[in-house]
Design a protein around this ligand. Structure first.
Ligand code: NAD
Ligand code: DAU
Length: 348
């Protein structure tokens, strides 16, 4: 199976590529990534000469490039490519609409066109099999929960931020291509991921690296917003199952009952690093800040037998250790553009 993985130089995409090459000897990967501020080829260090891996630097919005890649032979597309940070979408929504919505449309168009071309017999054998399209989406499309309840696949879409609105739009486009063109699209909606190679603008790596540098830990609002944490490798295993056994046209929620208030996560990190709670600073809240996310994963568990392997305690301890051991990886990132952005946003 030949996979086109988009956004494979980012956090989850790079973890997925490493995982799938290890787990599935019959799978080869083409990684298409624009290398935005969040894309980093160091996340894939060691794979450069892997016989089943190749990298193309490019934009998913580039129709010609995407069609050319598909014409070379692709069995499935897994679309990770996105602008992914909520705070950035509040500053400027344009790149979010461009990549997350238009980019997804370009990929969907190319997948449909390539499938039809293969059906017309102009391309290689195996032509009757359509390209499987997995749209990697997020629980944020459902908006915010109160203190009770969980998101199911039937929960209404109520995105709060320009980021989540752009992801919801992409989900609807992808499902429409299934209904209209018969493309075997599957949408996955996962909760907050954490683990190695996560860009240090997101809560967990930001808090770990700030604590290691002895810098303040900025907690938005009252710190009682709840996120449902899942180790990135558990997300990757869920995507593997969806790829091989998921039902076209379906949505699968992915989450491991890892609900924690932000302040508790920050305190856990400080304890693991043996750093004082005096580093915590309560700062002004994120505009439109969703109060609580919680996923009901019973559909993917029932249909595909997926269950997370990591508890949050184990996964967080392992992740903290990774950031301690891989200082060279995050120090370069934090010394550059990220810091300017952060100063502008929160003045710390
Ligand atoms: P990330 O920001 O770490 O990585 C995004 C990658 O996409 C980067 O490598 C970037 O260079 C690439 N990219 C951006 N625009 C592109 C374009 N136009 N063309 C080609 N490549 C482009 O993001 P992530 O945290 O790894 O998230 C990956 C996907 O998973 C996203 O679609 C996100 O919405 C979704 N998701 C993330 C989480 C999470 O907790 N991080 C949870 C659920 C779903
Ligand atoms: O739920 C899935 C989503 O999780 C993904 O779709 C997004 O791509 C990903 O960025 C993430 O979104 P969040 O907004 O939940 O993640 P973030 O790490 O930005 O924030 C997590 C929580 O921590 C949120 O309640 C805001 C808070 N926070 C965040 C930062 C960066 C702070 O209190 N301080 C901070 O400095």
């Amino acid at each position: 199976m030949k996979l086109l993985v988009t956004g494979g130089a980012g956090f989850i995409g790079s973890n997925f590529i490493r995982y799938i090459l290890r787990a599935r000897p019959g799978v080869s990967v083409i990684n298409l990534d624009k290398l935005t501020y969040a894309g980093n080829l160091e996340n894939l260090a060691g794979l450069e000469s892997h016989p089943r891996y190749s990298f193309i630097r490019g934009d998913i919005c580039n129709r010609h490039l995407v069609s050319d890649i598909m014409s070379g032979g692709v069995d499935a597309v897994i679309n990770f490519a996105a602008e992914s940070h909520v705070d950035r979408s509040i500053m400027d929504a344009s790149p979010f609409v461009e990549t997350n919505v238009r980019g997804t449309q370009v990929l969907l168009d190319a997948a449909v066109a390539y499938w039809k071309e293969r059906l017309n017999g102009r391309a290689a054998a195996g032509a009757e099999r359509p390209v499987i399209f997995i749209q990697v989406s997020t629980d944020e499309v459902y908006g915010s929960l109160g203190p009770e309840g969980r998101f199911t696949e039937e929960s209404p879409l109520k995105p709060s931020s320009p980021y989540s609105a752009s992801k919801a739009a992409a989900d609807l486009l992808a499902l429409a291509y299934h209904r209209t063109h018969g493309l075997p699209v599957i949408v996955t909606r996962c909760s907050n991921n954490y683990g190695p190679y996560q860009f240090p603008e997101k809560l967990i790596p930001l808090m770990i690296t700030n604590a290691l540098e002895g810098r303040p830990l900025p907690v938005y609002g009252d710190g009682l917003n709840v996120r449902d944490w899942l180790h990135v490798e558990d997300h990757c295993r869920a995507l593997e199952l969806v790829l091989f056994r998921g039902r076209p046209g379906e949505i699968y929620n992915i989450g491991g009952h890892g609900e924690r208030p932000n302040i508790e996560v920050v305190q856990m990190i400080l304890r693991l690093l043996n750093k004082p709670e005096s580093l915590i600073r309560f700062v002004k809240d994120r505009p439109g800040h969703d109060r609580r996310y919680a996923i009901d994963p019973s559909k993917i568990t029932r249909e595909l037998g997926w269950r997370p392997r990591y508890t949050f305690e184990e996964g967080l301890a392992e992740t903290v250790e990774w950031y301690v051991k891989n200082r060279f990886w995050w120090e370069r990132i934090k010394s550059g553009e990220y810091r300017e952005y952060y100063m502008k946003m929160y003045g710390e």
